[in-house]
Write a protein that binds this ligand. Structure first.
Ligand SMILES: CC(C)(COP(=O)(O)OP(=O)(O)OC[C@H]1O[C@@H](n2cnc3c(N)ncnc32)[C@H](O)[C@@H]1OP(=O)(O)O)[C@@H](O)C(=O)NCCC(=O)NCCS
Length: 320
């Protein structure tokens, strides 16, 4: 019998503090009108001073476990996509394993910036198809605000914090139909955080730096291409997609990709207006939002996609 992986349930967590465009107007030379017209973002969430990536990831985990109705002891692998771990090591995944009281199951982080969740989902799917694990907790979490310079208007208006999670389980029917992930390391200079610890000292610029226009162009080109590729490989057409769940970086990138794919905006899940760009959390947050508000239903065909620093990008076609 052929093995597939199925998304059993989703969960999410958002910090309580809302940072609105009006708030940002008081911090940098910007305007609500500029931010909304260029990005579609109206507000984003920011962690409390004492809140961490592990805290958000754990809260999203509690939510997904509740929705899935499975015992945490069934989980046999934890994958966390993040580029903002609270500490260099142990990994965020190990911190979550401990908080769940699970011993002796593998747990690791993987880093592909805003594409992290797509990379983690593809990894979970490969582990399930190879019959290595049966029930995998996949989390996307980022505390981007800790790496943002709130005097830099080029970046500070675009990002927010959050966590999303899914439980992926072995199944004899799809499930995840097709994943494709890509990277092009020559994109390093257009989006990065170069700060690092060297001999006990912080070296390099510790905040995000971005060439917005270059990122925009790279995103639009690669997203349309990878989404078309997973559809073609799987023998599905764009008309069969019930919901397109793109990375929530910028409404104009989302609209442009949807137009390239000939998918109507009525079939696109949009949360960028209320979440901003939450990096690896963006896709699972959007997915969970749409599942909880009843848009996405069991049996729907979902097209997920992500893009981010690296440059990295990817897409997944999923029967929910
Ligand atoms: C960043 C982005 C919104 C800028 O939009 P844009 O259409 O390229 O910007 P425009 O050309 O209209 O405007 C640029 C001008 O606005 C200014 N500007 C930048 N941020 C601003 C802000 N928050 N408020 C007001 N003005 C701002 C710039 O300084 C520049 O001014 P100049 O022309 O005097 O030099 C857009 O390029 C983008 O979304 N890129 C992708 C970013 C992204 O998604 N990154 C994460 C990927 S995972």
């Amino acid at each position: 019998m052929k093995l597939y992986s199925k998304i059993l349930a989703s969960g999410s967590y958002l910090p309580a503090k809302i940072l609105s465009n009006k708030d940002l107007e008081k911090m940098v030379d910007t305007s609500d009108e500029w931010i909304v017209s260029r990005s579609g973002i109206k507000e984003r969430r920011i962690v409390a001073d004492n809140e961490t990536s592990a805290d958000m990831a754990y809260n999203a985990t509690v939510d997904v476990i509740k929705s899935s109705n499975i015992a945490p002891s069934k989980i046999d692998l934890i994958l966390v996509a993040t580029s903002t771990p609270d500490i260099l090591f142990p990994s965020t995944a190990c911190l979550i394993q401990r908080r769940l009281g699970l011993n002796n199951i593998p747990a690791f982080d993987l880093q592909a910036a805003c594409t992290g969740f797509l990379y983690a989902l593809a990894t979970a799917d490969a582990f399930i198809r190879s019959n290595s694990y049966k029930t995998i907790l996949v989390i996307g979490v980022d505390t981007v605000s800790r790496f943002i310079d709130y005097t830099d208007r080029n970046t500070c208006v675009l990002f927010g914090d959050g966590a999303g999670a899914v439980i992926v389980q072995a199944s004899d029917e799809p499930g995840i139909i097709c994943n494709e992930i890509h990277a092009d390391g020559s994109g390093e200079e257009i989006l990065h955080v170069k700060g690092h610890i060297y001999n006990g000292e912080l070296k390099g610029h510790p905040y995000m730096a971005m060439d917005g226009k270059a990122v925009y162009k790279m995103a639009v080109r690669n997203l349309a291409e990878v989404a078309t590729s997973v559809l073609t490989k799987s023998g599905y057409s764009n008309e069969q997609v019930d919901w397109f769940v793109p990375h929530q970086a910028n409404l104009r990138i989302i609209e442009s990709t949807a137009a390239h794919l000939n998918i109507s905006m009525e079939k696109v899940i949009v949360t960028v207006d209320i979440h901003g760009n939450t990096s690896a959390a963006s896709v699972p947050l959007a997915l969970d939002h749409a599942i909880k508000n009843g848009k996405i239903k069991r049996g729907d065909l979902l097209l997920l996609e992500g893009v981010g620093a690296g440059f990295t990008w990817g897409a997944s076609l999923i029967r929910y």
